[in-house]
Design a binder for this molecule. Structure first.
Ligand SMILES: C[S@@+](CC[C@H](N)C(=O)[O-])C[C@H]1O[C@@H](n2cnc3c(N)ncnc32)[C@H](O)[C@@H]1O
Length: 214
């Protein structure tokens, strides 16, 4: 289960993630800035004016990096963060202390087995979808069901790499990289923004996607 094979059931995925972040939650903010690119750009590209009373959900909110930036850009928004890892959510709670927005944090997996019965203007996935294996497709379908009319999904994640050692290293951390997410997003949603960027001169690529329901 903790080897270089990607998890093959949703239960195993959630067990792996909880275990993995027990330690990594403490190191996360000190290390991830060096390779989780595009997170600020995605928030800046959201097609809503600041000040709107939006309902925003982040799936796999981690330590609250994006929720904090969303709160600053949208001070009247209601923010919901869902995450399977209690250790990551503990960091979010600390980070968001004193923020004026209404904030709901939910410790649970996101998906059809435990649906959130609410509709959102924005559903954001930031480097979470590539870890949600094998159930990423069902999770995207759930996100489409959770969008209000006119709402958008906003996603930043790894796209691809031609470097086998990196591909294997990411797989060893349950991250699937190979262009599958970007391709599926084009057919599931109508793109408003869809870009692929190079990291470290092409060592790997990451993508930004904002789309509406078809
Ligand atoms: C790489 S971190 C990204 C955190 C944050 N979005 C960011 O950009 O910094 C992935 C997060 O997704 C969460 N996650 C993984 N699988 C999940 C699932 N099935 N349901 C909800 N959250 C999940 C993990 O616990 C982790 O906090």
């Amino acid at each position: 289960m903790f080897g270089s094979n990607i998890t093959t059931t949703a239960d195993a995925q959630q067990r792996y993630i909880k275990h993995y972040y027990r330690l990594h939650a403490q190191l996360y903010d000190f290390t991830r800035w060096a390779f989780l690119f595009g997170r600020n750009s995605l928030i800046k590209a959201l097609p809503f004016a600041s000040g709107q009373p939006l309902d925003i959900l982040e799936v796999g909110c981690g330590t609250g990096f994006n929720l904090k930036r969303l709160a600053l850009r949208y001070p009247n928004a209601t923010l919901t963060g869902v995450d399977v890892s209690e250790d990551m959510l503990a960091q979010t709670t600390r980070k968001l202390a004193g923020i004026g927005n209404k904030i709901y944090l939910m410790e649970q997996p996101y998906g059809k087995e435990k649906p959130i019965n609410k509709k959102f203007d924005v559903i954001l996935f930031s480097y979470s979808l590539s870890m949600i294996n094998p159930q990423w497709k069902e999770v995207l379908e759930q996100a489409a069901n959770n969008l209000k009319e006119g709402g958008v999904v906003a996603i930043v994640d790894f796209h691809n790499t031609r470097v086998p050692i990196l591909w294997r290293w990411l797989r060893g951390h349950n991250v699937r990289i190979g262009g599958h997410l970007y391709n599926a997003l084009q057919t599931t949603f109508t793109p408003l923004k869809s870009e692929i960027h190079k990291a470290y001169n092409g060592l790997w690529e990451y993508f930004l996607f904002i789309g509406k329901c078809k």
